[in-house]
Design a protein around this ligand. Structure first.
Ligand code: PHE
Length: 377
Protein backbone atom coordinates (compact mmCIF):
# COMPACT_ATOMS: atom_id res chain seq x y z
CA UNK A 1 0.00 0.00 0.00
CA UNK A 2 2.79 2.34 0.86
CA UNK A 3 4.12 1.87 -2.63
CA UNK A 4 0.78 2.75 -4.09
CA UNK A 5 0.40 5.82 -1.94
CA UNK A 6 3.77 7.27 -2.38
CA UNK A 7 5.39 6.14 -5.65
CA UNK A 8 7.79 9.06 -5.70
CA UNK A 9 9.77 7.54 -2.83
CA UNK A 10 10.74 4.67 -5.10
CA UNK A 11 12.80 4.48 -8.27
CA UNK A 12 11.29 3.66 -11.62
CA UNK A 13 12.94 0.28 -11.44
CA UNK A 14 11.34 -0.45 -8.12
CA UNK A 15 8.01 0.62 -9.58
CA UNK A 16 8.56 -1.65 -12.56
CA UNK A 17 8.31 1.13 -15.06
CA UNK A 18 10.48 0.39 -18.06
CA UNK A 19 8.38 1.82 -20.91
CA UNK A 20 7.88 5.51 -21.72
CA UNK A 21 4.07 5.04 -21.57
CA UNK A 22 4.41 3.75 -18.00
CA UNK A 23 6.44 6.83 -17.12
CA UNK A 24 3.84 9.09 -18.68
CA UNK A 25 1.13 7.27 -16.75
CA UNK A 26 3.04 7.70 -13.49
CA UNK A 27 3.42 11.43 -14.10
CA UNK A 28 -0.27 11.69 -14.94
CA UNK A 29 -1.01 10.00 -11.63
CA UNK A 30 1.23 12.41 -9.73
CA UNK A 31 -0.38 15.34 -11.44
CA UNK A 32 -3.86 14.14 -10.48
CA UNK A 33 -2.71 13.83 -6.91
CA UNK A 34 -1.31 17.36 -7.04
CA UNK A 35 -4.61 18.73 -8.37
CA UNK A 36 -6.52 16.91 -5.63
CA UNK A 37 -4.20 18.22 -2.91
CA UNK A 38 -4.52 21.73 -4.24
CA UNK A 39 -8.32 21.59 -4.22
CA UNK A 40 -8.29 20.27 -0.65
CA UNK A 41 -6.03 23.03 0.73
CA UNK A 42 -8.55 25.78 1.24
CA UNK A 43 -7.35 28.01 4.06
CA UNK A 44 -4.03 29.71 4.51
CA UNK A 45 -2.31 27.11 6.79
CA UNK A 46 -3.53 24.18 4.69
CA UNK A 47 -2.29 25.89 1.53
CA UNK A 48 1.16 26.45 3.04
CA UNK A 49 1.48 22.82 4.05
CA UNK A 50 0.36 21.74 0.58
CA UNK A 51 2.80 24.10 -1.12
CA UNK A 52 5.74 22.98 1.02
CA UNK A 53 4.96 19.29 0.53
CA UNK A 54 5.41 19.83 -3.21
CA UNK A 55 8.16 22.46 -3.42
CA UNK A 56 10.34 22.02 -0.32
CA UNK A 57 13.92 21.79 -1.46
CA UNK A 58 14.90 18.70 0.59
CA UNK A 59 11.80 16.61 0.87
CA UNK A 60 9.28 18.09 -1.51
CA UNK A 61 7.67 15.76 -4.03
CA UNK A 62 9.37 17.47 -7.00
CA UNK A 63 12.73 16.93 -5.36
CA UNK A 64 11.84 13.30 -4.69
CA UNK A 65 10.97 12.80 -8.36
CA UNK A 66 14.23 14.37 -9.42
CA UNK A 67 16.21 12.23 -6.99
CA UNK A 68 14.29 8.94 -7.35
CA UNK A 69 13.00 8.97 -10.89
CA UNK A 70 15.16 11.24 -13.01
CA UNK A 71 18.66 10.77 -11.65
CA UNK A 72 18.71 6.94 -11.57
CA UNK A 73 16.70 6.57 -14.82
CA UNK A 74 18.05 4.39 -17.56
CA UNK A 75 19.40 6.28 -20.56
CA UNK A 76 16.46 5.40 -22.81
CA UNK A 77 13.92 6.69 -20.26
CA UNK A 78 15.84 9.83 -19.15
CA UNK A 79 14.47 11.94 -21.92
CA UNK A 80 10.83 11.22 -21.30
CA UNK A 81 11.28 11.53 -17.52
CA UNK A 82 12.98 14.92 -18.03
CA UNK A 83 10.22 16.16 -20.29
CA UNK A 84 7.44 14.94 -18.02
CA UNK A 85 9.17 16.38 -14.98
CA UNK A 86 9.55 19.80 -16.61
CA UNK A 87 5.92 19.80 -17.63
CA UNK A 88 4.90 18.81 -14.09
CA UNK A 89 7.12 21.52 -12.53
CA UNK A 90 5.60 24.14 -14.80
CA UNK A 91 2.10 23.00 -13.87
CA UNK A 92 2.88 22.94 -10.13
CA UNK A 93 4.50 26.36 -10.27
CA UNK A 94 1.65 27.90 -12.21
CA UNK A 95 -1.09 26.56 -9.95
CA UNK A 96 0.71 27.49 -6.76
CA UNK A 97 1.39 31.05 -7.93
CA UNK A 98 -2.21 31.44 -8.98
CA UNK A 99 -3.51 30.08 -5.68
CA UNK A 100 -1.18 32.37 -3.72
CA UNK A 101 -2.52 35.46 -5.37
CA UNK A 102 -6.11 34.28 -4.93
CA UNK A 103 -5.54 33.70 -1.24
CA UNK A 104 -3.89 37.08 -0.61
CA UNK A 105 -6.58 39.01 -2.41
CA UNK A 106 -9.23 37.08 -0.50
CA UNK A 107 -7.47 38.12 2.71
CA UNK A 108 -7.45 41.71 1.47
CA UNK A 109 -11.15 41.50 0.72
CA UNK A 110 -11.97 40.32 4.19
CA UNK A 111 -10.02 43.23 5.74
CA UNK A 112 -11.81 45.80 3.66
CA UNK A 113 -15.12 44.10 4.33
CA UNK A 114 -14.52 44.62 8.04
CA UNK A 115 -13.45 48.21 7.55
CA UNK A 116 -15.83 49.14 4.81
CA UNK A 117 -18.00 52.19 5.42
CA UNK A 118 -21.58 51.97 4.31
CA UNK A 119 -22.23 55.42 2.92
CA UNK A 120 -25.94 54.78 2.75
CA UNK A 121 -26.28 54.42 6.54
CA UNK A 122 -27.75 57.42 8.32
CA UNK A 123 -24.84 59.19 10.06
CA UNK A 124 -24.49 60.42 13.60
CA UNK A 125 -26.11 63.82 13.29
CA UNK A 126 -24.54 66.61 15.26
CA UNK A 127 -26.73 69.56 16.09
CA UNK A 128 -25.50 72.51 14.08
CA UNK A 129 -27.08 75.25 16.15
CA UNK A 130 -28.35 78.56 14.88
CA UNK A 131 -28.06 82.25 15.53
CA UNK A 132 -29.26 83.34 18.93
CA UNK A 133 -32.54 85.23 18.87
CA UNK A 134 -30.75 88.45 19.84
CA UNK A 135 -28.32 88.01 16.96
CA UNK A 136 -31.28 87.40 14.61
CA UNK A 137 -33.00 90.57 15.77
CA UNK A 138 -29.78 92.54 15.34
CA UNK A 139 -29.62 91.21 11.81
CA UNK A 140 -33.24 92.17 11.06
CA UNK A 141 -32.66 95.69 12.34
CA UNK A 142 -29.33 96.07 10.57
CA UNK A 143 -30.96 94.99 7.30
CA UNK A 144 -33.69 97.61 7.64
CA UNK A 145 -31.26 100.46 8.35
CA UNK A 146 -28.67 99.35 5.81
CA UNK A 147 -31.43 99.41 3.17
CA UNK A 148 -31.93 103.13 3.82
CA UNK A 149 -28.28 104.11 3.71
CA UNK A 150 -26.90 103.44 7.18
CA UNK A 151 -23.71 101.49 7.73
CA UNK A 152 -22.81 99.32 10.72
CA UNK A 153 -20.18 100.55 13.21
CA UNK A 154 -18.73 98.94 16.30
CA UNK A 155 -17.12 100.21 19.46
CA UNK A 156 -15.43 98.66 22.51
CA UNK A 157 -17.41 97.28 25.41
CA UNK A 158 -14.75 98.59 27.79
CA UNK A 159 -14.87 102.37 27.57
CA UNK A 160 -13.26 105.42 29.10
CA UNK A 161 -15.46 107.83 31.05
CA UNK A 162 -14.66 110.36 28.33
CA UNK A 163 -16.50 108.44 25.60
CA UNK A 164 -19.18 106.99 27.83
CA UNK A 165 -20.01 110.29 29.57
CA UNK A 166 -18.01 113.48 29.03
CA UNK A 167 -18.06 113.68 25.24
CA UNK A 168 -21.80 112.97 25.43
CA UNK A 169 -22.23 116.10 27.44
CA UNK A 170 -22.42 114.27 30.78
CA UNK A 171 -19.83 115.99 32.98
CA UNK A 172 -18.44 114.40 36.09
CA UNK A 173 -21.09 115.39 38.63
CA UNK A 174 -24.10 115.30 36.36
CA UNK A 175 -27.07 113.61 38.07
CA UNK A 176 -27.78 111.16 35.20
CA UNK A 177 -24.55 109.40 36.11
CA UNK A 178 -26.31 108.15 39.21
CA UNK A 179 -28.41 105.83 37.04
CA UNK A 180 -25.59 104.85 34.85
CA UNK A 181 -22.43 104.68 36.95
CA UNK A 182 -21.57 101.13 36.53
CA UNK A 183 -18.87 98.51 36.60
CA UNK A 184 -15.42 100.06 36.74
CA UNK A 185 -12.38 97.93 36.12
CA UNK A 186 -9.78 97.39 38.82
CA UNK A 187 -6.73 98.99 37.33
CA UNK A 188 -3.19 99.30 38.67
CA UNK A 189 -2.48 102.56 40.50
CA UNK A 190 -1.43 105.33 38.17
CA UNK A 191 -3.43 104.06 35.16
CA UNK A 192 -3.90 106.82 32.60
CA UNK A 193 -7.69 106.75 32.77
CA UNK A 194 -10.34 104.78 34.62
CA UNK A 195 -12.14 102.18 32.50
CA UNK A 196 -15.72 100.97 32.72
CA UNK A 197 -18.10 98.62 30.96
CA UNK A 198 -20.08 100.92 28.68
CA UNK A 199 -23.55 101.75 29.96
CA UNK A 200 -24.96 102.41 26.48
CA UNK A 201 -23.90 102.28 22.85
CA UNK A 202 -23.86 106.09 22.61
CA UNK A 203 -20.03 106.28 22.89
CA UNK A 204 -19.98 104.84 19.36
CA UNK A 205 -21.64 108.09 18.23
CA UNK A 206 -18.55 109.97 19.37
CA UNK A 207 -16.12 107.43 17.97
CA UNK A 208 -17.89 107.46 14.59
CA UNK A 209 -17.92 111.24 14.35
CA UNK A 210 -14.26 111.47 15.35
CA UNK A 211 -13.40 109.21 12.43
CA UNK A 212 -15.16 111.10 9.66
CA UNK A 213 -16.76 114.32 8.58
CA UNK A 214 -20.50 114.56 7.88
CA UNK A 215 -22.52 113.06 6.35
CA UNK A 216 -22.56 110.29 8.96
CA UNK A 217 -25.19 107.56 8.99
CA UNK A 218 -24.32 104.67 11.27
CA UNK A 219 -25.94 102.12 13.48
CA UNK A 220 -23.92 100.46 16.24
CA UNK A 221 -25.16 97.19 17.72
CA UNK A 222 -23.65 95.77 20.88
CA UNK A 223 -23.69 94.78 24.53
CA UNK A 224 -24.10 97.29 27.34
CA UNK A 225 -23.83 96.93 31.12
CA UNK A 226 -25.62 98.48 34.08
CA UNK A 227 -25.74 97.88 37.79
CA UNK A 228 -29.21 96.36 37.67
CA UNK A 229 -30.45 93.46 39.73
CA UNK A 230 -31.73 90.69 37.48
CA UNK A 231 -35.50 90.27 37.25
CA UNK A 232 -38.04 89.66 34.48
CA UNK A 233 -37.28 93.00 32.80
CA UNK A 234 -33.78 93.84 34.03
CA UNK A 235 -30.38 92.38 33.37
CA UNK A 236 -26.90 93.71 34.20
CA UNK A 237 -26.00 93.06 30.57
CA UNK A 238 -28.28 93.73 27.64
CA UNK A 239 -28.15 94.88 24.03
CA UNK A 240 -28.68 98.13 22.22
CA UNK A 241 -28.47 99.48 18.73
CA UNK A 242 -27.35 103.04 18.52
CA UNK A 243 -28.31 105.12 15.50
CA UNK A 244 -26.78 108.37 14.37
CA UNK A 245 -27.40 110.53 11.32
CA UNK A 246 -25.59 113.84 10.96
CA UNK A 247 -25.57 116.05 7.88
CA UNK A 248 -25.99 119.67 6.88
CA UNK A 249 -29.76 119.63 6.57
CA UNK A 250 -31.27 116.99 8.85
CA UNK A 251 -34.53 117.98 10.49
CA UNK A 252 -36.85 116.62 13.13
CA UNK A 253 -39.05 115.34 10.28
CA UNK A 254 -36.22 113.21 8.89
CA UNK A 255 -35.85 111.85 12.37
CA UNK A 256 -39.47 110.85 12.99
CA UNK A 257 -39.83 109.60 9.40
CA UNK A 258 -36.84 107.32 9.80
CA UNK A 259 -38.02 105.93 13.13
CA UNK A 260 -41.57 105.35 11.90
CA UNK A 261 -40.27 103.61 8.80
CA UNK A 262 -38.12 101.35 10.94
CA UNK A 263 -40.91 100.43 13.36
CA UNK A 264 -43.35 99.58 10.57
CA UNK A 265 -40.74 97.45 8.84
CA UNK A 266 -39.95 95.64 12.04
CA UNK A 267 -43.41 95.22 13.60
CA UNK A 268 -45.73 95.50 10.61
CA UNK A 269 -47.71 98.21 8.85
CA UNK A 270 -50.54 98.34 11.39
CA UNK A 271 -48.37 99.70 14.20
CA UNK A 272 -48.73 103.34 15.23
CA UNK A 273 -45.94 105.39 16.80
CA UNK A 274 -45.84 108.47 18.98
CA UNK A 275 -43.18 110.38 20.85
CA UNK A 276 -43.16 112.17 24.16
CA UNK A 277 -40.75 114.77 25.48
CA UNK A 278 -37.89 113.32 27.46
CA UNK A 279 -34.41 114.23 28.55
CA UNK A 280 -30.93 113.09 27.59
CA UNK A 281 -27.87 115.31 28.04
CA UNK A 282 -26.67 114.53 24.49
CA UNK A 283 -29.90 115.21 22.59
CA UNK A 284 -31.98 118.37 22.37
CA UNK A 285 -34.89 118.08 22.08
CA UNK A 286 -35.05 114.57 23.49
CA UNK A 287 -37.95 112.20 23.03
CA UNK A 288 -39.13 108.81 24.10
CA UNK A 289 -40.66 106.76 21.29
CA UNK A 290 -43.72 104.62 21.99
CA UNK A 291 -45.54 102.22 19.74
CA UNK A 292 -49.12 101.09 19.88
CA UNK A 293 -49.37 97.89 21.89
CA UNK A 294 -49.19 94.95 19.50
CA UNK A 295 -50.93 92.67 22.01
CA UNK A 296 -54.19 94.62 22.36
CA UNK A 297 -53.98 96.57 19.11
CA UNK A 298 -53.59 99.81 21.05
CA UNK A 299 -56.94 99.62 22.80
CA UNK A 300 -55.53 98.83 26.24
CA UNK A 301 -57.99 95.97 26.66
CA UNK A 302 -58.03 92.30 25.74
CA UNK A 303 -60.79 90.87 23.55
CA UNK A 304 -62.73 89.79 26.65
CA UNK A 305 -62.64 93.30 28.07
CA UNK A 306 -59.93 92.73 30.69
CA UNK A 307 -56.98 95.12 30.91
CA UNK A 308 -54.06 94.28 28.61
CA UNK A 309 -51.23 93.13 30.85
CA UNK A 310 -48.48 94.04 28.39
CA UNK A 311 -49.23 97.76 28.17
CA UNK A 312 -51.10 97.86 31.48
CA UNK A 313 -54.11 99.39 29.79
CA UNK A 314 -52.21 102.31 28.26
CA UNK A 315 -52.46 101.05 24.68
CA UNK A 316 -48.85 102.22 24.18
CA UNK A 317 -45.53 100.57 24.87
CA UNK A 318 -42.44 102.60 25.63
CA UNK A 319 -39.78 101.73 23.10
CA UNK A 320 -36.63 103.80 23.25
CA UNK A 321 -34.93 107.11 23.76
CA UNK A 322 -33.86 109.41 20.97
CA UNK A 323 -33.53 113.01 19.93
CA UNK A 324 -31.75 115.60 17.85
CA UNK A 325 -28.03 115.61 18.60
CA UNK A 326 -27.27 118.31 21.19
CA UNK A 327 -25.02 120.96 19.58
CA UNK A 328 -22.75 120.71 22.62
CA UNK A 329 -21.76 117.21 21.44
CA UNK A 330 -20.45 118.55 18.11
CA UNK A 331 -17.93 120.59 20.10
CA UNK A 332 -16.28 117.34 21.28
CA UNK A 333 -15.76 116.02 17.75
CA UNK A 334 -14.84 119.26 15.99
CA UNK A 335 -18.01 119.54 13.95
CA UNK A 336 -19.39 123.04 13.39
CA UNK A 337 -22.75 123.14 15.28
CA UNK A 338 -23.87 126.01 13.06
CA UNK A 339 -23.50 123.93 9.92
CA UNK A 340 -24.57 120.43 10.92
CA UNK A 341 -27.59 118.84 12.51
CA UNK A 342 -28.65 115.27 13.16
CA UNK A 343 -30.54 112.77 15.20
CA UNK A 344 -29.62 109.84 17.42
CA UNK A 345 -31.48 106.97 18.98
CA UNK A 346 -30.70 104.06 21.25
CA UNK A 347 -32.90 101.00 20.91
CA UNK A 348 -33.00 98.29 23.55
CA UNK A 349 -32.83 95.09 21.54
CA UNK A 350 -33.83 92.62 24.21
CA UNK A 351 -36.99 94.63 24.82
CA UNK A 352 -37.82 94.69 21.13
CA UNK A 353 -37.21 90.96 20.77
CA UNK A 354 -39.36 90.22 23.82
CA UNK A 355 -42.16 92.26 22.36
CA UNK A 356 -42.01 90.86 18.87
CA UNK A 357 -41.68 87.24 19.99
CA UNK A 358 -43.89 87.49 23.10
CA UNK A 359 -41.21 86.58 25.62
CA UNK A 360 -42.09 87.63 29.14
CA UNK A 361 -38.77 87.17 30.93
CA UNK A 362 -35.54 88.79 29.73
CA UNK A 363 -33.49 86.21 31.63
CA UNK A 364 -34.34 83.39 29.21
CA UNK A 365 -32.39 85.25 26.56
CA UNK A 366 -29.19 84.69 28.50
CA UNK A 367 -29.67 81.28 30.11
CA UNK A 368 -28.77 79.33 26.97
CA UNK A 369 -31.48 76.76 27.58
CA UNK A 370 -31.65 74.78 24.36
CA UNK A 371 -35.40 74.24 24.76
CA UNK A 372 -35.82 78.01 24.48
CA UNK A 373 -33.21 78.58 21.79
CA UNK A 374 -34.66 75.83 19.57
CA UNK A 375 -37.85 77.82 19.19
CA UNK A 376 -35.94 80.36 17.09
CA UNK A 377 -34.06 78.23 14.57
N1 PHE B 1 -28.12 106.10 25.36
C1 PHE B 1 -29.48 106.30 25.81
C2 PHE B 1 -29.80 105.20 26.83
O1 PHE B 1 -29.12 104.20 26.86
C3 PHE B 1 -30.47 106.19 24.68
C4 PHE B 1 -30.30 107.27 23.68
C5 PHE B 1 -29.49 107.10 22.60
C6 PHE B 1 -31.00 108.46 23.82
C7 PHE B 1 -29.35 108.10 21.63
C8 PHE B 1 -30.89 109.46 22.88
C9 PHE B 1 -30.07 109.27 21.82
O2 PHE B 1 -30.72 105.33 27.59
Amino acid sequence: MATQENPTEKTLDQLGAAQPEQVTALFAEVRRKFDQNSAAAQDEPAFKEFRDSWLARKSGILTQITDNWLKPAKVDLKRVVGQELNALKAHVQEIITQRESELSSAAGDSVSAAERIDLSLPGVTRPIGSHHLIRQVFQEIEDIFVSIGFSVAEGPEIETPYYNFEALNIPEHHPVRDDMDTFYLDLPKGAATPLLLRTHTSPVQIRSMEKRQPPVRVIAPGKVYRRDNPDATHSFMFHQIEGLAVDTDITFCDFTGTIEYFIRQFFGAGVKTRFRPSYFPFTEPSVEFDMSCIFCGGSGANANGTTCSKCKGAGWIELFGAGMVDPAVYGFVNYDPKKVSGFAFGIGIDRLAMMKYEIDDIQVLFQNDVRFLKQFP
